[in-house]
Design a binder for this molecule. Structure first.
Ligand SMILES: Nc1ncnc2c1ncn2[C@@H]1O[C@H](COP(=O)(O)OP(=O)(O)O)[C@@H](O)[C@H]1O
Ligand SMILES: Nc1ccn([C@H]2C[C@H](O)[C@@H](COP(=O)(O)OP(=O)(O)O)O2)c(=O)n1
Ligand SMILES: [Mg+2]
Length: 213
């Protein structure tokens, strides 16, 4: 196992700080292309991709004590309590040798945002925001074909409502701090990635951060 370069808490878990990790949040409506673009960012820029929705799905599949509750939130298009999601993110971050993270689909509401800040003590380097009209989001999700319990018209309506009411305020919050990089996500996958590339190419090489394996 790799030796840790990071400070250790009394309970043995690693701590993170602004000096030891780089975090980029990837936000946008359901279907805006977060999960499509993130693997490309990993490939080109050596980040580790953490998708909050996938971590929650893994909890459902592992039949953990919270699995049924998470599944019900998902079916209803609701946002799972932050204590659960932040803990899953924290565990994944601690297990990763690479300390440069793109965190996809998080923070989805103000509670997610403040819980992460309070627990992890990390501010994102920036927020990548995939801006896409509602009509296109609905069309893409209905065509996604991944057998998801939440990709049906009824749940999509609820998820879009949650996105506009709860996630957009988080994006506006980061925008007011000058941290949002907005991408027009309505174009083709390759065109979107051209813009994504130019955003990440401007990132300063971060010498303070641990090696990327
Ligand atoms: N730029 C794009 N143009 C057309 N379809 C796209 C584009 N980006 C993603 N898709 C498709 O839309 C669906 C939703 O994309 P996904 O990456 O899963 O979005 P998100 O993770 O933001 O919900 C997928 O079927 C994907 O293949
Ligand atoms: N921060 C998060 C992220 C996802 N969830 C739940 C609620 C979301 O509707 C589902 C699916 O999230 P996911 O990011 O996979 O969905 P999209 O890729 O945006 O379509 O998971 C959550 O409760 N909290
Ligand atoms: Mg996704």
């Amino acid at each position: 196992m790799a030796t840790s370069k990071f400070p250790t808490q009394k309970d043995g878990s690693e701590t993170f700080s602004q000096e030891t990790a780089v975090v980029v949040f990837v936000l946008g409506g359901p279907g805006s292309g977060k999960g499509t673009q993130c693997p490309k960012i990993v490939e080109h820029f050596g980040f580790t991709h953490l998708c909050a929705g996938d971590l929650l799905q893994a909890e459902i599949e592992s039949e953990s004590e919270n699995g049924t509750m998470i599944q019900n939130f998902k079916k209803e298009g609701k946002i799972v309590p932050s204590a659960i999601t932040v803990k899953l993110l924290q565990q994944a971050m601690q297990l990763s040798d690479n300390k440069r993270f793109i965190i996809d689909g998080f923070p989805r509401n103000e509670e997610n945002r403040t819980a992460f800040e309070n627990i992890m003590k990390i501010e994102p380097e920036f927020v990548l925001f995939f801006d896409c009209p509602e009509e296109e989001l609905t069309k893409r999700i209905l065509n996604r074909n991944q057998g998801r319990v939440d990709d049906n018209i009824e749940t999509i309506r609820k998820r879009l409502k949650v996105y506009f009411e709860s996630t957009l305020p988080v994006i506006n919050y980061y925008n007011s701090k000058g941290k949002v990089q907005k991408i027009d996500a309505q174009r083709s996958i390759d065109e979107v990635f051209e813009d994504v590339k130019s955003v990440f190419s401007k990132l300063k090489p971060v010498a303070r951060v641990g090696s990327m394996n």
